[in-house]
Design a protein around this ligand. Structure first.
Ligand SMILES: [Zn+2]
Ligand SMILES: [Zn+2]
Ligand SMILES: [Zn+2]
Length: 228
């Protein structure tokens, strides 16, 4: 027995100052078995702590890395493109490949790409692309011929706080980009028709909004919505 050892006196003191319930709870918190007597559990806790201390000396924890943008995953549009197209892409902080810049390489998202085009986003100005295959022509980390997808996302960056709306479509036009079917303005529903009646001549008809009677030319029209 080690009842006279320093280690044992530490355990004696611990046993004296902690209830069985406290000891068991401590074991549970540390993921240690609670089987056996109070002393047996205490022995287990002490062994666990000694091992943890030994590991900490052998393998000191690395200081947490500051959250930095993964450099290998970040692409830029080449100066040649900027010169050729007249759009200098300076509004784009970076083109992040293989995940979302917010969550790092390997993070997933649904579309092939997205732009951080909301000004309250700390990553405002970034474009994220799932796969490098979607970038267009690439040399190293430089994009020498951006894909249509990338231009689409660039239009988002140039139109902060808008999505696929008229403002974004105007930017697409300025960039000389075609707007594919799915991003075209949705056709308006057919204009509402009314049952119209002229209170002057009594003529009635069905049609869109009007304030003039087609028969007598007076402006005494009564309209009721016409449900078809
Ligand atoms: Zn992103
Ligand atoms: Zn879009
Ligand atoms: Zn009339």
């Amino acid at each position: 027995m080690m009842s006279n050892s320093r280690m044992s006196s530490g355990r004696d003191e611990f046993e004296a100052t902690h209830s069985f319930e406290q000891v068991k709870q401590m074991a549970v918190d540390k993921g240690i078995s609670t089987v056996g007597s109070k002393r047996e559990i205490i022995n287990r806790i002490f062994r666990h702590e000694q091992e943890a201390a030994r590991q900490a000396v052998l393998f000191p924890p690395k200081p947490p890395k500051p959250r930095n943008i993964e450099v290998e995953a970040t692409y830029h549009v080449s100066d040649a493109v900027k010169k050729q197209t007249g759009f200098d892409w300076h509004e784009v902080k970076g083109i992040f490949v293989g995940g979302c810049v917010k969550r790092g390489v390997g993070s997933s998202f649904r579309a092939k790409a997205h732009a951080h085009c909301w000004t309250d986003d700390p990553y405002f100005g970034w474009i994220c692309v799932r796969s490098a295959k979607r970038l267009g022509e690439v040399q190293g980390q430089e994009i020498t011929k951006p894909s249509q997808l990338l231009w689409h996302e660039y239009a988002h960056i140039l139109t902060p706080d808008h999505y696929h709306d008229d403002a974004w479509r105007r930017t697409m036009k300025v960039l000389g980009l075609p707007i594919t079917e799915q991003y075209q303005k949705k056709k308006r529903p057919p204009p509402r028709t009314y049952r119209l009646a002229c209170q002057s001549c009594g003529h009635t008809w069905t049609g869109t909004y009007s304030n003039t009677c087609p028969k007598c030319g007076k402006h005494m029209i009564v309209m009721t919505p016409w449900k078809s």
